[in-house]
Design a protein around this ligand. Structure first.
Ligand SMILES: [Fe+2]
Ligand SMILES: [Fe+2]
Length: 135
């Protein structure tokens, strides 16, 4: 499985948000490590932790976007909610089917899809935030 790498394009320039994103990547590395040894049960538990971290991160990020009056905050917050719903459905599906390489592959694919979306979607506010309140 491809190891997720931090790309400089992920950096938003807002240190608290970048720190959260690094922590999320770190958490996904744990999920990956469990998947690499075919421990789907641990991987699912770690993925649930990751989702909780993402939930807290989204709340912090939305508070920051509100503070700087980011004009697309509504759409960005909706996207956050959708990612959480998707994440929860991945957990439910994986718990329903803990066996076989297909379940592993599915979790692997979805986890990366979700992580990419979580971080890449933030490109939407990057330049605005840098002009209006980078910390
Ligand atoms: Fe974010
Ligand atoms: Fe975001």
């Amino acid at each position: 499985m491809t190891k997720i790498q931090w790309l400089s394009s992920f950096d938003t320039g807002i240190s608290s948000i970048d720190k959260d994103h690094h922590d999320l990547i770190e958490a996904i590395s744990g999920v990956q490590a469990a998947l690499d040894v075919d421990d789907l049960e641990s991987a699912t538990g770690l993925f649930e932790n990751f989702l909780n971290m993402a939930r807290s991160h989204f709340a912090r990020e939305e508070a920051f976007l509100k503070k700087i009056y980011f004009p697309r905050i509504e759409a960005h917050s909706v996207a956050h909610r959708e990612l959480l719903v998707m994440g929860e459905s991945i957990v439910a599906q994986t718990k329903n089917n803990m066996d076989g390489p297909q379940a592993k592959k599915h979790l692997e694919d979805m986890v990366y899809f979700l992580l990419e979306d979580i971080i890449k979607a933030d490109a939407d506010f990057k330049s605005y935030a840098q002009e209006h309140g980078a910390q």
